[in-house]
Ligand binder design. Structure first.
Ligand SMILES: C[S@@+](CC[C@H](N)C(=O)[O-])C[C@H]1O[C@@H](n2cnc3c(N)ncnc32)[C@H](O)[C@@H]1O
Length: 298
């Protein structure tokens, strides 16, 4: 083995490649740049070689250009969810602009007449989605919740960057009642893998992410039905519910919204392999783009 940093890096690449890491060079560079000491680097490489997800080993994931803390046992934010963020951010931006014109206020403050969009990220995991939406829109109010204590602790770390609040509990249960009827953007990436298909997930997900983050029940849409059932009580009159789902399950996710009194629109991004169903209340006054209008639907 060549000695020195370059030789060490080459040796790491070789080990990672032998363990099946397709992007061994990139991973080796990230591990070396993140490890606080050579001993830590050795531990990190061992964990990666033993199958831990790269993001758990690094302690962070890149998502929407942000560095999101991801601790062990937490769902790793997926790249396809950037489509959900784009859709939600477009709606939040429309809310912020809806009450314009807004004469310039002091720097850092919304102008008079501008509304701060209220964003709720249900089943927030690390909080990546809510943080990315809030970061894309000036002056949003962000509230997030998750049932898992470890996810809540991780989300609190991430949400601090945009000044949001994180609650622990089942879906809407822990949210402040004062949010009822005020939510502009209800953004949800809940578990949606059918129970019988968990076994087919890659080991990094199956072994290192908790079942509660993956298992969506018999047809994968159980949590979507529960989210949709209560959504109208929380949404503002022109608020939107956005749920990430799969192309195959989208019809069922949309049906759950219809049953709950929402008007659904199915949107897709082929490049990311992402599907989002956007539900609006029928009584929308029309200040926002119609549900799905913000989508790059292909
Ligand atoms: C697929 S992960 C997504 C996490 C995050 N939204 C993201 O995209 O990175 C689903 C999350 O839903 C949470 N969850 C599952 N059932 C829940 C429930 N009944 N109430 C609140 N959170 C729940 C899990 O703990 C997990 O963090």
């Amino acid at each position: 083995m060549t000695s020195g940093p370059a030789g060490d890096l080459a040796a790491i690449v070789t080990r990672l490649r032998a363990a099946g890491c397709v992007f061994a060079e990139d991973e080796a560079r990230l591990l070396a740049a993140t490890a606080p000491s050579p001993a830590d680097l050795a531990d990190m490489v061992d964990r990666r070689v033993n199958g831990f997800p790269l993001e758990h080993v690094l302690g962070w994931a890149e998502f929407c250009g942000l560095r999101i803390a991801v601790s062990d046992g937490i769902f790793v934010p997926r790249r396809r969810s950037e489509f959900l963020v784009r859709q939600a951010a477009a709606i939040a931006a429309a809310v912020a602009a809806a009450d314009a014109p807004a004469p310039a206020g002091p720097p850092g403050e919304p102008g008079p007449g501008r509304r701060r969009p209220v964003i709720v990220d249900l089943c927030c995991g690390s909080g990546a989605i809510g943080v990315a939406v809030a970061a894309a829109v000036d002056h949003a109010e962000l509230y997030a919740s998750d049932i898992e204590p470890a996810a809540v602790a991780c989300a609190r770390q991430n949400v601090a960057s945009v000044g949001g609040h994180v609650y622990q509990g089942d879906l809407y249960d822990p949210l402040p009642a004062s949010l009822r009827g005020r939510v502009d953007v209800l953004v949800v990436n809940a578990p949606y893998v059918p129970t019988s298909e968990i076994v087919f997930l890659p080991p990094e997900a199956r072994l290192h992410e908790p079942a509660v983050a993956l298992d969506g029940g018999i047809d994968g849409v159980d949590v979507h039905r529960r989210v949709a059932a209560e959504a109208t009580g929380w949404l503002a009159l022109d608020g939107r519910l956005l749920i990430e789902t799969s192309a195959r399950q989208a019809i069922k996710t949309a049906a759950a919204m219809t049953t709950s009194g929402l008007v659904p629109a199915i949107t897709n991004d082929d490049d990311l392999g992402a599907t989002v169903v956007i539900g609006s209340r029928g009584a929308s006054p029309g200040t926002l783009p119609p549900a799905g209008a913000a989508a790059t639907t292909r």
